[in-house]
Design a protein around this ligand. Structure first.
Ligand SMILES: [Zn+2]
Length: 502
């Protein structure tokens, strides 16, 4: 769904992680009066105020418009073995849809590549509910005892346990503990988008990224062995030591997910662009790659800030992790293939590393700020992000030097003999050999063609308007086409038919 503002009754839901009951502001006030406290109860502290630390100043006012976005409050414990992770979470969900809901889904993505995650102690407003798994255990259906009407809220709590694989499995091996690095890719039980198709739950496809979620707030306390260097979405607001473990609290939002990585071997280096602190996490022996990523990120952020609107957060983390892909985007973070950093590895390649870093950072706009259905329309963020990466090269090195990156699109597309397959199909419509060449190779060439047709000024205006109009929401290919046609005051159906849909 698109994020919408709802004028709710003031409702204060109290979070606690041990199955507490929900308390309304009215109940809270009665309690105060019984205890003979001052009659004028103090205004409840805005529960979103803590997220100001995560947002650069210009974006902080958005918090007052996001009171009904989903709030995740999570406690994570990483065991001494590091590959065992347990958690408890309490989710405050408000029905921002136009219809009553009888059930709410959570995605359990770690189960997409094996039986790595279980959920227990599921409660709805403090009452126990049965755990029902669906779609090969990658989705959990939570039946609500009573229908949740539009505007109403519900509190759902659960415990979860995870055994992280120690060798690479499905989904590009992103969820893994390997080479002394723990990478917790999409490990939080997360509520998918509800739209005119209902709940967006399906078996994760082989090709595409899986996440399709609304903007939400994440308050995550991580307890971990003290030797681990942690890197996560959002910002650290508090660090303590308890029972010999480090306890770090992260807050982040509005954002799409929460990512966490950890390693005793991580080194880090930081720099600032405006009010954003960029940190590169890398292994000591691959310092050259770590510094290259930091340098690239600085230039990319400056370029995209100018072109697509200011990056919203006070932090951006770029983390070297083992994977079978080049990189993976997360909210206010990205992971980049450990092997690209390593000159002795057959994949070691700092040129690739630079392009992947610039690509994943562009996803901070086209994925995190504007979400699209990555399974139904993977082109809308991936092909556009490929084009944005080209713009990074143009801004940093000039148009002539950026042509090398354009060549890489043709090389990819040539892997399917430059077949004129539409770029706008669902991920599952491409076989494994077609997906990359079409979406990442032919896809950005469509955006080049679009720029050619509507002119550079219109094209730049379009990308700026697209982020302004859909920031924190969800866009479709049809939305993008409509906006493009408004921008150029022209009919783009023939162009879209030639490239996108056919
Ligand atoms: Zn991408």
């Amino acid at each position: 769904m698109s994020y919408r503002k709802f004028s709710l009754m003031p409702l204060l839901l109290v979070f606690c992680l041990s199955g507490c009951a929900v308390q309304s502001a009215g109940q809270e006030q009665n309690k105060l009066m019984e205890e003979d406290q001052p009659v004028a109860a103090p205004a409840a502290e805005d529960p979103l105020v803590v997220y100001q630390a995560n947002l650069v100043e210009g974006y902080q006012p958005i918090l007052s418009e996001m009171e009904t976005a989903t709030r995740y409050r999570i406690e994570i414990e990483i065991a001494d073995s590091i590959s065992t992770v347990s958690g408890q979470q309490e989710v405050l969900y408000t029905n921002n849809e136009e219809v009553a809901l009888q059930e709410i889904y959570f995605r359990l993505f770690p189960n997409g590549s094996g039986p790595y995650m279980t959920v227990s102690n599921l409660n709805v407003d403090g009452e126990p509910v049965q755990v029902v798994l669906d779609h090969h255990n990658t989705a959990m259906r939570v039946e609500l005892p009573t229908e949740l009407q539009p505007g109403q809220s519900v509190s759902i709590s659960m415990s979860f346990d995870q055994t992280v694989p120690t060798e690479m499995g499905g989904n590009y091996g992103l969820y893994v503990y390997l080479d002394d690095i723990l990478s917790l890719d999409q490990f939080i039980p997360i509520i998918p988008v509800f739209n005119n198709e209902g709940w967006n739950v399906e078996d994760p496809p082989v090709n595409a990224d899986m996440l399709f979620s609304d903007e939400a707030f994440f308050d995550v306390q991580v307890s971990a062995p003290p030797q681990l260097v942690l890197a996560g979405s959002g910002v650290e607001v508090n660090t303590t030591v308890k029972d010999g473990k480090q306890v770090v609290r992260y807050v982040g939002g509005p954002q799409r997910d929460f990512f966490l990585a950890a390693s005793p071997l991580f080194q880090s280096a930081s720099r600032k662009v405006g009010d954003t602190k960029i940190t590169s996490y890398y292994l000591e022996e691959y310092r050259d790659g770590g510094m290259l990523v930091l340098e690239t990120a600085g230039h990319a952020l400056e370029s995209y800030n100018q072109r697509f609107g200011l990056y919203p957060y006070t932090e951006l983390d770029l983390i070297s992790t083992p994977m079978n892909a080049g990189g993976m985007e997360y909210s206010s973070a990205a992971s980049l293939s450990l092997y690209y950093y390593n000159p002795d590895h057959n994949l070691g390649n700092l040129t690739f590393l630079e392009s992947v870093a610039a690509h994943e950072i562009a996803h901070q706009w086209f994925f995190n700020q504007i979400m699209s259905d990555q399974i139904e329309e993977p082109w809308l963020d991936e092909s556009l992000v490929q084009y944005a990466t080209y713009l990074y090269y143009v801004d940093r090195y000039g148009e002539n030097n950026a042509e090398g990156f354009v060549d890489s699109w043709y090389q990819r597309w040539d892997n399917v003999d430059m077949a004129s397959m539409p770029i706008g199909l669902p991920a599952a419509a491409y076989n494994e050999d077609e997906y990359g060449p079409i979406v990442y190779g032919r896809g950005p060439l469509f955006f080049a063609e679009l720029e050619q047709q509507i002119g550079e000024d219109n094209f730049n205006e379009l990308l700026r308007d697209y982020t302004d109009e859909y920031r924190w929401g969800i866009a479709t290919g049809a939305d993008f086409k409509t906006l493009a046609e408004e921008t150029c005051a022209c009919d783009l159906t023939p162009l879209f038919d030639q490239w996108v849909y056919q």
